[in-house]
Design a protein around this ligand. Structure first.
Ligand SMILES: Cc1cc2nc3c(=O)[nH]c(=O)nc-3n(C[C@H](O)[C@H](O)[C@H](O)COP(=O)(O)OP(=O)(O)OC[C@H]3O[C@@H](n4cnc5c(N)ncnc54)[C@H](O)[C@@H]3O)c2cc1C
Length: 417
């Protein structure tokens, strides 16, 4: 326990990886913490991600030139990007900001902000995992990006250059080295890049559940209620209003993932938050298992070995929060996966869809607000597992009024979008 001067009762909205890690870091400071979620812990987007704690990550999604690559991606039925066209009118303002965020100077700034978080992502998890007795859920074998053709490797040079500028550790591999490192791969992959600073958890869903149990064992409270709004006093919210009643709090942390936009507005800020829907296919008995997570760059998805099978996860579908899933997107992953891992067994496979909470510049919101007792922790997009624990640590610093050692300006809720 760090024991801060003035312990408070903090309400955390959302029991995904971000909400639970935040609750734990607040609890370490001696606060009384109540987490409120409409479902059990980890059942949102944190349930089905690719389980990567991407400690070497420094790339926003909107990279220079993205605008010109999008039409080609959309035309390819097996491509990594799809739009639900009926959603386009609602998405348009977000898309415009996304394109604006791909300007080189903005990409550089976003990259610096992401890298600052990434470097602390694994250590911040280790603190929580060690205390909860869960260090055996962490694997530090790095991750491998693989490229089937010279052309796909050449088109990644811009990203690699960005990573080099940040100081990311990388090992460039040829075809022969790839075969030795990952013998289950199809032999025709020509190039690879190993990122040793990336880690993974062996089960991202169980990780949230176990951390939530640890939080409860330490005296934390988790309520299963839908949050509808807030009762406001002159200094900010005094109560969180739910479908079941209202709960008095001294401070509130909004960590409701892709569903945070409306509640943010109620707390006085407007944020261009939308969702990049993603899919996974889980193969419980795959017969072939890579040694570490593999990013198949040509197709834009990840194959992650987990304690309960092999998972293919990825794709981006722009379609909002309400339209039903299109599991053809998951089948695309499997179709591609068969060509990557010869001999793959598919019995017992399951499919899943989740909502990445995405802001246009990929830099998450980790921030205080206009009211001194309101804090925001969402918008982590493709990296919400990675940044779960470091977000929790930084929010605890903000609540305590303690310097975190990071310039928090890029993560502000009221930044220029
Ligand atoms: C296919 C795919 C692969 C991914 N792979 C990775 C990866 O390998 N590494 C990585 O770092 N990230 C990955 N991500 C992203 C990552 O999963 C998300 O960024 C992360 O899970 C977001 O966590 P969260 O806690 O913010 O949101 P969530 O896990 O969605 O939690 C938000 C919670 O808020 C609750 N909630 C919302 N509104 C209300 C309300 N009004 N009242 C009560 N409760 C409410 C929800 O029920 C939910 O439980 C991936 C995502 C997808 C889709």
């Amino acid at each position: 326990m760090n024991g801060i001067a003035k312990p408070r009762h903090v309400g955390v909205i959302g029991a995904g990886i971000v909400g639970i890690c935040t609750a734990l870091y607040l609890q370490r400071d001696g606060h009384r913490v109540t987490v409120i979620d409409r479902g059990p812990p980890g059942e949102g987007t944190s349930k089905g991600n690719a389980a990567i704690i991407a400690g070497a990550s420094c790339e926003p999604v909107a990279m220079p030139g993205i605008l010109w690559r999008v039409p080609g991606m959309l035309l390819d039925p097996l491509g990594p990007l799809a739009i639900r066209w009926s959603y386009l009118p609602k998405l348009a303002p977000w898309l415009l900001k996304f394109v604006a965020a791909s300007a080189p100077a903005r990409v550089e700034n976003a990259s610096v902000a992401l890298w600052a978080l990434s470097q602390q992502s694994v250590p911040a998890f280790k603190t929580l995992m060690r205390e909860a007795g869960l260090l055996d859920m962490l694997r530090e074998e790095g991750w491998l990006s693989i490229y089937r053709s010279d052309k796909s490797f050449a088109s990644a040079q811009h990203e690699l250059e960005l990573s080099r500028r940040r100081g990311v550790k990388m090992e460039i591999l040829g075809q022969h080295e790839l075969r030795q490192m990952e013998p289950t791969l199809a032999p025709d992959f020509k190039h690879g890049v190993l990122y040793p600073e990336h880690a993974q958890t062996v089960n991202n869903f169980r990780l949230v559940q176990e951390l939530a149990q640890h939080f409860v064992r330490n005296g934390g409270r988790i309520l299963q209620e839908e949050v509808r709004g807030f009762e406001m006093g002159p200094q900010g919210p005094t109560h969180i209003a739910t479908a079941a009643g209202k709960h008095a709090i001294d401070a509130v942390v909004l960590a409701a993932g892709a569903w945070s936009k409306r509640l943010t507005q109620m707390l006085g800020h407007r944020v261009p938050l939308d969702t990049e829907r993603g899919y996974h296919v889980m193969l419980p008995n795959p017969a072939v298992t890579p040694r570490r997570p593999i990013h198949i760059a040509d197709y834009g998805f990840v194959a992650t070995p987990l304690e309960h099978g092999l998972r293919f996860a990825g794709t981006v579908e722009l379609g909002g929060l309400d339209l039903p899933p299109n599991y053809d997107r998951a089948r695309v992953l499997l179709e591609r996966g068969r060509t990557v891992f010869p001999g793959l067994q598919e019995q017992g496979k399951t499919e899943w869809m989740g909502f990445r909470p995405s802001v246009p510049d990929s830099v998450p919101v980790i921030s205080g607000g206009d009211h001194a007792n309101c804090f925001f922790a969402y918008g982590h997009g493709h990296l919400g597992l990675t940044y779960g624990a470091i977000t929790g640590r930084l929010i605890a610093d903000l609540v305590a009024g303690r310097a975190s050692g990071l310039d928090m300006t890029p993560y502000r809720v009221d930044r220029r979008w």
